[in-house]
Design a protein around this ligand. Structure first.
Ligand SMILES: Cc1ncc(COP(=O)(O)O)c(C=O)c1O
Length: 454
C-alpha cells in the first residue's frame, strides 16, 4: 500500500462525498458565517470529507442526513448514544418530564432512584451528578487533592478523560510536557501531573513513591488512543500500589461501560475509591456522575475548609437537573440493561470477526481488538501495550481515508478512532454492511498493482 494510492483514493472519495451531499455543504457554508469553523463545536471539524454531514434525524442505530442518505451508525455519538439514538424509553420519559419540570435547583423524585441504580450497577455507595464525564473527572480529582493534600495527579501516557486541564500532559523523553495541541494550558502540566505508561508497573511504583500523588485517574483499558488492554495482573498491581502509597484510585468508565452492565469494574472486580462515568448514562441527554466509597465521602466532608455547597469548585448550576435525572433513570433502568449487553456483545464479536477476516485475507499489518460491545482496529500487527506505542502507530491519513470510504457507502465510524460501537438497536445487517465495505476498502488499498506500475 503506497502513500500515492492512499492519496488517489482519498481524492476520488472526497469528490464523491461532495457530489453526494449538496444540502450538507450548503448548511455548512451558511454556518461558517456564524459558527467558528462552520460547526457548533470545533471537534466536529474532524469529520473527513471537508465538511460534516448535517443530521436530519437519528433513531436506533441509523442516522439520516439532510440529503436523505441513511447511515448504519457505529459512531453512536462517540458513546453518547450507546443506548441507540433516542431510545423510546428515554424519549418518552424526557417528553413527560419536560411537561413537568426541567430545572429547579431542587432534587426531583428521580434523584434517589438514579443514585440507587448507579450504586447497584457499579458497587460504590455514594454518588453525585454532573452534566458530563469531564466534570465528573474534574470533581473526582478535586476530591482526591482535597482529602490527601497532595498536588500531582497521575495519569497514563496518551490517556483521554475529557477536557480536564491536568490530563493534557504526555511523556517526551521521560519528561512530562503539555500534550501536543494543548490550547492555552493554564499552568505547566508538569506541576499538576505525573505521567507513566500504561502497564508499566515499575514506573507506576516509582512515581507513587514520590508521595505527592493524590489520585490515579485511569480508564481500566485505554480506549482513546486505540484500545490498550491491561496486562494480566496490572489492575492488581495498580490497586495494591495505590493503597500502599496512600493514593486514591479513580476509574473512569465512560467508554469502558461497553465491557458489560457495570463496566470493566464490575466485570473484573476492580475496587476503585471513586468511579466516574458520563456519555450514555442519560441515553443522549447530558448527564455524568461520580461515585465514591463511604471512606472517601467521610474524609471529603471532614475537611474543615472545603466548600461543597457554594463556590468550592465542585458544582454546576444545571447538574442534577430534573430532565437529566429523568433521562438517567430511563437509560439506566430500561435501556442499558443486562439483556441489552447480551445482544450487543455478540454483535461486536461478529463485527470483530469480519474485520479480522478482511485483515488476514490481505495480510495487512493491522489488528483488531474488542472490549465488550466496542471494537477497534489499528495499524500495527500486534496489540500495543502502552499509550506511547499506540500513539506511534497512528496514521491520520489512512484513518481519514477509511472513514470517508465507508461513509460514502453508508457506514459511520467515530472520527477520532477506528472504533465501532454496537447499540441494542444495531442489526446484523449493519454489521455485515461494514464488513463488506471495509473489505472493499482493503481490496483497493492492498490488491492489484501499485499506481504507476501499470
Ligand atoms: C474515557 C473518557 N472520559 C471522559 C470523557 C469526557 O466526556 P465528555 O466529553 O462527555 O465530558 C471522554 C470523552 O471522550 C472519555 O473518552
Amino acid at each position: 500500500m503506497s502513500a500515492q494510492r492512499v492519496q488517489e483514493i482519498f481524492e476520488r472519495e472526497t469528490a464523491a462525498f461532495e457530489a453526494a451531499n449538496p444540502r450538507s455543504r450548503e448548511l455548512y457554508e451558511r454556518a461558517r458565517g456564524s459558527l467558528l469553523g462552520g460547526v457548533p463545536m470545533s471537534w466536529m471539524m474532524k469529520w473527513a470529507g471537508g465538511f460534516p454531514l448535517f443530521a436530519a434525524s437519528a433513531g436506533g442505530s441509523t442516522i439520516t442526513d439532510v440529503d436523505g442518505h441513511a447511515y448504519a451508525d457505529f459512531c453512536l455519538g462517540d458513546t453518547g448514544a450507546m443506548t441507540g439514538h433516542a431510545p423510546a424509553a428515554v424519549a418518552g420519559t424526557v417528553a413527560e418530564q419536560a411537561a413537568r419540570a426541567l430545572t429547579t435547583m431542587l432534587p426531583s423524585p428521580d434523584a434517589p432512584v438514579v443514585g440507587e441504580a448507579l450504586r447497584e450497577r457499579f458497587g460504590l455507595p455514594l454518588w453525585q451528578m454532573t452534566l458530563s464525564a469531564t466534570d465528573a473527572n474534574r470533581f473526582a480529582i478535586r476530591f482526591g487533592r482535597e482529602i490527601t493534600g497532595r498536588p500531582r495527579i497521575l495519569i497514563f501516557n496518551w490517556c483521554y478523560h475529557g477536557s480536564v486541564d491536568e490530563t493534557f500532559a504526555t511523556l517526551r523523553g521521560g519528561r512530562v510536557v503539555a500534550r501536543e495541541g494543548n490550547v492555552g494550558p493554564p499552568v505547566d502540566p508538569g506541576s499538576t501531573t505525573r505521567v507513566v505508561e500504561f502497564n508499566d508497573v515499575a514506573a507506576l511504583e516509582a512515581a507513587l513513591a514520590e508521595g505527592d500523588v493524590p489520585c490515579v485517574l485511569a480508564e481500566p483499558a485505554m480506549t482513546n488512543i486505540g484500545i490498550v488492554l491491561p496486562d494480566p495482573g496490572f489492575h492488581d498491581a495498580l490497586r495494591a500500589l495505590t493503597r500502599r502509597y496512600g493514593t486514591l484510585l479513580i476509574i473512569d468508565e465512560t467508554h469502558t461501560l461497553s465491557t458489560g452492565y457495570g463496566g470493566y469494574t464490575r466485570e473484573y472486580g476492580l475496587e476503585p475509591d471513586l468511579l466516574t462515568v458520563g456519555k450514555p448514562i442519560g441515553g443522549g441527554v447530558p448527564a455524568g456522575a461520580f461515585g465514591m466509597t463511604q471512606e472517601v465521602a467521610e474524609r471529603a466532608l471532614a475537611q474543615p475548609d472545603a466548600d461543597y455547597v457554594d463556590t468550592g469548585g465542585v458544582g454546576g448550576t444545571l447538574a442534577g437537573n430534573a430532565l437529566s435525572l429523568a433521562a438517567m433513570r430511563a437509560a439506566l433502568t430500561e435501556v442499558l440493561t443486562q439483556e441489552s449487553y447480551a445482544r450487543t456483545i455478540p454483535l461486536a464479536e461478529r463485527f470483530e470477526a469480519g474485520v479480522r477476516v478482511a485483515i488476514e485475507r490481505h495480510g495487512a499489518p493491522w489488528h483488531v481488538t474488542r472490549l465488550g460491545s466496542r471494537v477497534e482496529y489499528a495499524f500495527t500487527p500486534e496489540q500495543p501495550r502502552t499509550g506511547g506505542e499506540a500513539a506511534a502507530a497512528h496514521d491520520d491519513e489512512l484513518e481519514s481515508l477509511l472513514h470517508l470510504y465507508v461513509l460514502n457507502r453508508g457506514v459511520l465510524m467515530t472520527p477520532f478512532h477506528n472504533m465501532a460501537l454496537m447499540g441494542p438497536t444495531t442489526t446484523k445487517e449493519q454489521v455485515d454492511l461494514h464488513t463488506t465495505v471495509f473489505s472493499e476498502a482493503l481490496d483497493e488499498l492492498f490488491a492489484g498493482p501499485e499506481p504507476g506500475t501499470g
